[in-house]
Every structure is written in structure tokens, then in C-alpha cells.
Design a protein around this ligand. Structure first.
Ligand code: SF4
Length: 423
């Protein structure tokens, strides 16, 4: 069936919408990758389709399809400024070998970089925002110019991509075309061999999915090919693909910023410890105190930033010698009435001199926060909406009576002259 014969006149995305993305996927479900791309480029979206390529480990396959269908199709490369030099060399190799005529590098706005990432380390503390300024923002004006764009994503790569179709309709009526959706790892490798495609220089060194250098690591045998991307960080997609059915993703929504620190809700670089984590390589996780003690040597040798989780019943004295190892200590408050976390916080701050981030997690409500602050807690993970609003607006109840001394400046209630009973 030729789509142009059955669809009404008008812009291609309108035609596609009229046809329905489900029907479109049904029609081209069985089609091979080059056929899907050819349909998209020649019939569905002629002159209105662009390719976004990372020039990573598998990119040669998609770009070879492009070269077969139309080497003048626009190909955009997100030059984040964080790529391996080998990737930049690979861009030139593929351009030359495949005869790609229309490759454009998209760079982040220098003003955004200067403002949000002056030290170049935003990837470490807030990778969503880093991807936003380096990928989403530069790409956004380009996607506005086209009715559709092509990605090299594949179902097998991650659980999240397991249902990826050939065609997706974004919420702003653009089409994402995924010609390689059904390719397996073996398909990719045999395609590369069959067509004599050059490998990314890092592929044979164990890099199976290659993005920016700081966020890419070697993948072990049997691991998810994308396991080396943002390893140890609570992140799986770069943001441009994050919103599966919708438009290009924005950084986290405000409601997802649950860490209140230095007067604002911010993206939380830390995540919870996972049993599958490796003590020697995990980073930005709050490690439960007993787990830390059980693998102390490995954690101490681990070069990455680490956190510690303290729950009621834990003895913080056990980690006294190692406190400087933790960039953040999370103290769990399991319920409003459980005050043991206050004692742990005071011990850490006052007796052991811990100077890093001390955060409250769990049942954190607005009435507790002034007390927590007095015990040295400097950050709060808050999901309770009225408490979030109170923090945002700076309206928190004051505490007028203290039953225990806090720090060196507080005085227990019974010793305060103004509270002593007369006579
Ligand atoms: S992949 Fe890493 S370095 Fe690249 S833009 Fe995203 S967070 Fe930044």
C-alpha cells in the first residue's frame, strides 16, 4: 500500500495522525529496517525527516541505512563537549566511508554552560540538567523544523525499551522513527560484519554503548549493553528519549525534586542502596550502616562519592573513624513520634564533628524541621506537599521550648532563668 494514495492531503504529521500510529505500526511491523526508513524518508515525511546519531557503538548500522536510502538526509550529532576523542574521530570516519553529505554538530549554548556548568562537573551531581543543556536544548529547535526524526534505539537494549515500536507519535504530533527497534545484539553485529562497517574505536575495549566520556564505562560480559551508561547514577536515558510517547523530555518535574537544601528543592544526586550494587564501584548511594560495616574495606577503597544511611538502632559510633568518607549522611525518621534520629544527628555533628551534608529522610513533616535544623540537619527529603509548600515559602513553625540542650548554644529548659518558677 502506498500511503500517499490513502491519506488526505496536508502536512505529513497530520496524515500520520489521520492514519493512526497504531495502524502505521501494524502496516510496517514486518518491514525490514531499510524499508521502514525508506517509507519514512520517501513516503511519509519526504524532506521532513532528520536523524539524530550519537556516533556510538551501534551508530554505523543506522547511518549505513541512511546512506542507502538517501545520503543527503540531515544527520545531527549532539556534540556535547564531553565526548571521547575516539568518538569525534569516528564521526569523521563514518562521514567519509558512508558518504554522508549532511552531518551537523549541535553544540550547547556557551551561555548555558557558563551559567549552569561552569566547572564542567554538572554530570556528576545533576546529570538530568547536564543532558538538558547539552542535548535537549540544542536539539529542540531542530526537531521543531522537522515532522519526524529517526533514532537508533532497539528493544533489546534495556527493559525500558522492551516495547519500542517502529513509529512513535510525540505529544506535539511529531514522529519518532525507530528502524532498528527489532534488531538484536546479534543482528547488529552481523549487519556490521556483512557490510564491512568500521567499529567505534572503543568497542573492542569493552564499551558496548558509548555516550559522553564521564557517563560511559566498560560493560562486563552478560551485562545489559547500556549498563555502562550513567553507571551508579539513577538515570537510564539522556532526556531526549526519556519521554517515550511524548515530546522531548524536560529535566525532572518540580515534584521530583524532593531534596530541600540551601533554601531550594533541587535534583538529588543520591539514590538508595540497591542489593545489586558493588561496594567497590557504587557511587552516590546512601549505604546502610550495617552494609558499610560488612564491606568496609571495599567502600573505603571505592573512589566515588558515597553516602551513609542511618536508621533507628544503628550505632553511629561504629563509623566514627570513617565519617570523612561520606559526602552525605541520611538519617531516617520512620515516624513523627520516633526521636532517635535527633540523637544520631547531634552525635554526628556535635561529638564527632561531621561537617558534610546531614539529611533527614522518611516521615519529614513541617513541625519537625526546626528541631531537625537545631540538631544540625542541613537537608531534607520531603514528599509531603504542605511541608513542601511551607519550605518553599519559608513559613515554618518556630520552636519555643526545648527539652534538651542542643549544641553549645542551647540551654536545657530547666536551667533557663526565664523559665524557672519563681519561689
Ligand atoms: S551524558 Fe553525561 S556528560 Fe553527557 S550530557 Fe548527559 S550527563 Fe552530561
Amino acid at each position: 500500500m502506498v500511503l500517499a494514495e490513502v491519506l488526505p492531503q496536508g502536512r505529513k504529521p497530520d496524515k500520520l495522525r489521520a492514519l493512526g500510529i497504531v495502524a502505521l505500526n501494524g502496516m510496517f511491523d514486518e518491514m525490514d529496517a531499510v524499508g521502514v526508513l525508506r517509507q519514512a524518508a520517501h513516503d511519509l515525511l519526504p524532506g521532513d525527516l532528520a536523524i539524530v546519531s550519537s556516533f556510538g557503538a551501534d551508530s554505523a548500522v543506522l547511518l549505513h541505512l541512511v546512506a542507502q536510502v538517501d545520503p543527503s538526509l540531515p544527520v545531527y550529532f549532539l556534540e556535547t563537549g564531553k565526548h571521547f576523542p575516539e568518538t569525534l574521530a569516528y564521526v569523521e570516519t563514518l562521514k567519509k566511508q558512508l558518504g554522508l553529505m549532511n552531518v551537523t554538530a549541535l553544540r550547547p549554548d556557551p551561555k548555558d554552560v557558563a551559567r549552569f556548568d561552569p566547572n564542567g562537573d554538572l554530570w556528576e551531581t545533576d546529570p538530568d540538567s547536564c543532558c538538558h543543556i547539552r542535548k535537549t536544548e540544542p536539539l529542540e529547535p531542530i526537531t521543531e523544523q522537522y515532522g519526524g526524526w529517526v533514532t537508533g534505539r532497539k528493544r533489546y537494549q534495556t527493559v525500558e525499551r522492551g516495547v519500542l515500536p517502529h513509529f512513535e507519535l510525540t505529544s506535539d504530533d511529531r514522529i519518532k522513527v525507530n528502524p532498528l527497534a527489532y534488531f538484536t545484539d546479534a543482528d547488529v553485529n552481523s549487519y556490521k560484519r556483512e557490510h564491512g562497517l568500521p567499529e567505534h574505536p572503543l568497542f573492542d575495549k569493552g564499551y558496548k554503548s558509548i555516550g559522553c566520556a564521564p557517563c560511559t564505562s566498560v560493560v562486563a560480559e552478560g551485562e545489559d549493553p547500556r549498563a555502562g551508561r550513567w553507571r551508579g547514577l539513577n538515570k537510564k536515558e539522556c532526556g531526549i528519549h526519556f519521554d517515550f510517547n511524548g515530546a522531548i523530555a524536560r529535566p525532572m518535574a518540580d515534584a521530583d525534586h524532593t531534596l530541600f537544601k540551601d533554601g531550594a528543592f533541587i535534583a538529588d544526586p543520591f539514590r538508595a542502596w540497591d542489593e545489586a550494587d558493588d561496594p567497590a564501584s557504587v557511587r552516590y548511594a546512601h549505604v546502610p550502616l550495617p552494609v558499610f560495616m560488612a564491606h568496609r574495606a571495599a567502600f573505603l577503597a571505592n573512589p566515588h562519592p558515597l553516602g551513609l544511611l542511618v536508621v533507628p538502632g544503628d550505632n553511629v559510633e561504629d563509623v566514627r573513624q570513617d565519617l570523612s568518607r561520606f559526602a552525605s549522611i541520611a538519617i531516617r525518621f520512620p515516624s513523627f513520634t520516633d526521636g532517635r534520629g535527633y540523637s544520631s544527628a547531634r552525635l554526628l555533628r556535635e561529638r564527632f564533628g561531621y561537617a558534610g551534608e546531614l539529611r533527614a529522610v522518611g516521615d519529614v513533616l513541617q513541625d519537625q524541621i526546626p528541631l531537625m535544623r537545631r540538631c544540625g540537619i542541613s537537608a531534607f527529603v520531603v514528599t509531603h506537599e504542605p511541608t513542601r509548600q511551607a519550605l518553599r515559602s519559608g513559613k515554618l513553625p518556630e520552636v519555643h521550648i526545648y527539652y534538651q540542650p542542643v549544641g553549645t548554644t542551647e540551654v536545657p529548659v530547666g536551667t533557663r532563668p526565664y523559665l524557672r518558677r519563681a519561689g
